[in-house]
Structure formats: C-alpha cells, structure tokens
Design a protein around this ligand. Structure first.
Ligand SMILES: Nc1ncnc2c1ncn2[C@@H]1O[C@H](COP(=O)(O)OP(=O)(O)OP(=O)(O)O)[C@@H](O)[C@H]1O
Length: 340
C-alpha cells in the first residue's frame, strides 16, 4: 500500500531524512518511532503529500505522494490539529465532509459512526469549550470523513489522559480490523507496542532498526536472571549482594553470612539470602554449582525481561520520552530454580 524508496528530505542543506526505504502492507498498522528531530513528522508529511521529497520515490495506494487522487484516499492527522473553536463537532465534521463532496446522508452516518466508536459525547458543544482529548477525537474523526484507505497519524495519542489514550488506541485497532492501513508516529513506546504490527526506529534522519516490537526486543534487549541463594557463590567475575529475606527487620539479618562449617546456624544465618544478577543461563548454572559447593542452594531464579525503553535505549543510545520515569526491566517470576 505504501512504498518508500531512497527517500531523502533536505532543508537548506540540512538532511532531515537521509535515504529511507520501507514498505507498508495493506491493512497493517505501522509505527515510526524515534527521539525528537529523528525525521518522523517529515516522513509522515511526505506520505501525506504535504512535503515534496528532495530525492527518492514515495508511493501511496499506487500513486505518487501528493497526487490529488491519492489525497482523496488518505486521511492525515497532524501532530497539532487546531480546530475552529466556534464550531461544534458535528458542524465542523460536516464542513469537512462537504469539502470532500460526501453526500450529506452518507456524511452524517459516517460522522456518527466515527464519534460513536471514539466514544465522543457532547457533539453539539462548542469546540472551544472541549477538553484536549475530546478535540483530538474530533480531529481523528475528521481524518475519516472521506472514508480513506490509508491513515497517517502523527502522535495520535500524545499528551492525552489514560482513558482517552486507550480509547484512541482501541480505535486504531478497529481501523485495522476494518482493513485500513495506518502509519503513525509515537514517542510513547507502549502506544506502539499495543497497536503496531511492525515499526521502524529513526534517529537523526536514518532508519536504524526495523521489525515487530517482539523482534526488536529479542535483538536489542538483554534478559537478566536474578538468582537468589542461601550462601554467596564464590565466583570472581560476578557480584553478589546480601539481601533482606522476606520479613527481615534487622539490618544484621541481611549481612550475617550463613556457614557450612558444621556449627549450627543462627536464625539470622538460616534466613540469609544472596542475590546475583547474570545475563545467561550458563552463568545461572555456574552460580548453582558454586552455591552447592559452598553448602548452600538456589532458592529462586527470576527472569527480568527488558522493558521497551531499555530496548530503544540500546538501539538509539538515548532515552525516549518518558523512559526515565520507568524502570529498565520488568520482572517475570519463573520456576527456573528447579531446572537450574
Ligand atoms: N521546515 C523545516 N525547516 C528546517 N528544518 C526542519 C523543518 N522541518 C523539520 N526540520 C528539521 O528536520 C529534522 C527532523 O524534523 P521532524 O519534525 O521530522 O522530526 P520528528 O522526529 O518528527 O521530531 P519530533 O518528535 O520532535 O516531532 C529536525 O532537525 C528539524 O529541526
């Protein structure tokens, strides 16, 4: 449905996009991800026919981007979508349907359907009095008045409250179910993960990674294994820390080592736990052996999956928006202790 070959866009000698190649299949939700200034908006505006490529070929629905026939088959949602504040959602959307020559009865059904699915109430309220999320929904509905095959959305859910964000993302799912092709950019990687079949990651005008989110996670993420043992394994190349056992309240509980020298352990020693973090199952096995050799045992192995932020950090080399607010790994408890 979309084919981009050797696309380059230069602004006065500055390369905003440096030779990008990608294709989007019909009925696919395709994400463009990247930090500020990566070239996402430039790419989307070019797909929408609003910017001329400096070089390369950009084809949408079989037409060169910008061809009037292509525009009729396309809906574009810009990052900022100022609306006519004195109009109501209904009058505003009917106005745009008229621009596309959509017959009034067809337009009314289409507008009602879009606003129902977007769960927008207050359709006759003045737009200037509506919340940011409501206005965004109206802008999304506007992108659909001509019943386009291809939708180009620049940050559709950015800056919205969680309920509105979910509603917009669920709606994007519905668009795919209805056979639409959707290309959208996002800073929030969780938005991308929840709706995109495939993504490209851009940085400084270049595509630096591509694939499904799972593929990117597999290729660029590091899984960590957190091994808990009753004694500290004596291995020179791994660092082990004493940690509080569940219910420990005294600092002495976490620092007193347990022993295997035949003397009866104190209650604190019996409860002592040690944690070692490694990145391979081979190391988990080494820890198990060293622990057993020292007279102890492995009591738990937890797998920490890489978060999307840590994956993109390793691709792009800088955190995406919001990454700092979240941890680097999410924990998934496993029964691997038994296998280790
Ligand atoms: N009209 C323009 N004239 C000059 N430079 C521009 C113009 N539009 C964009 N740029 C530059 O091109 C680069 C890519 O911009 P673009 O808006 O495509 O990035 P983006 O990935 O969408 O960023 P953001 O996430 O901040 O919206 C940036 O360095 C930007 O400053």
């Amino acid at each position: 449905m979309i084919e981009v070959t050797g696309f380059r866009k230069t602004y006065g000698g500055f390369d905003a996009v440096v030779g990008s190649d990608f294709a989007v299949e019909e009925g696919e939700v395709f994400g463009i991800v990247g930090p500020n200034g990566a070239g996402k908006t430039t790419t989307l505006k070019t797909l929408a026919g609003l910017i001329e490529p400096t070089d390369g070929e950009v084809r949408v629905a079989g037409y060169d981007a910008g061809d009037p026939e292509m525009r009729r088959r396309l809906g574009f949602l810009p990052e900022e979508s100022p609306l006519y504040e004195d109009m109501t959602p209904l009058s505003y959307l009917r106005f745009f349907a008229d621009l596309y020559d959509v017959p009034r009865s067809v337009a009314n059904d289409r507008i009602d359907d879009a606003l129902d699915r977007l769960e927008l109430a207050h359709r006759t309220r003045r737009l200037g009095d509506m919340s940011k999320g409501m206005k965004r929904k109206v802008a999304i509905a506007r992108s659909l008045v001509n019943d386009p095959d291809v939708l180009i959305y620049d940050e559709p859910a950015s800056g919205l409250d969680p309920v509105t964000t979910n509603s917009v993302l669920a709606f994007t799912h519905e668009l795919r179910a209805a056979g639409k092709t959707v290309v959208f950019s996002a800073h929030d990687l969780h938005h991308v993960e929840s709706v995109c079949d495939r993504v490209i990651v851009m940085n400084e005008g270049e595509i630096i990674a591509r694939g499904s989110v799972d593929e990117l996670r597999e290729t660029y993420g590091t899984v960590e294994y957190v091994v808990t043992t009753t004694v500290a394994p004596e291995l020179d190349d791994v660092e082990t820390t004493a940690v509080a056992p569940t219910g420990a309240t005294d600092a002495a509980d976490v620092t007193t080592p347990s022993t295997a020298d035949g003397t009866a352990p104190t209650a604190a020693e019996a409860a002592a736990r040690y944690r070692t973090v490694v990145t391979s199952m081979t190391d988990v096995e080494r820890i198990r052996r060293a622990t057993v050799d020292a007279g102890g045992e492995v009591t738990d192995v937890r797998t920490d999956e890489p978060t999307l932020e840590s994956v993109f950090l390793s691709i792009v080399g800088e955190p995406m928006a919001g990454a700092a607010a979240r941890g680097e790994h999410v924990s998934r408890h496993t029964d691997e202790a038994g296998d280790a």
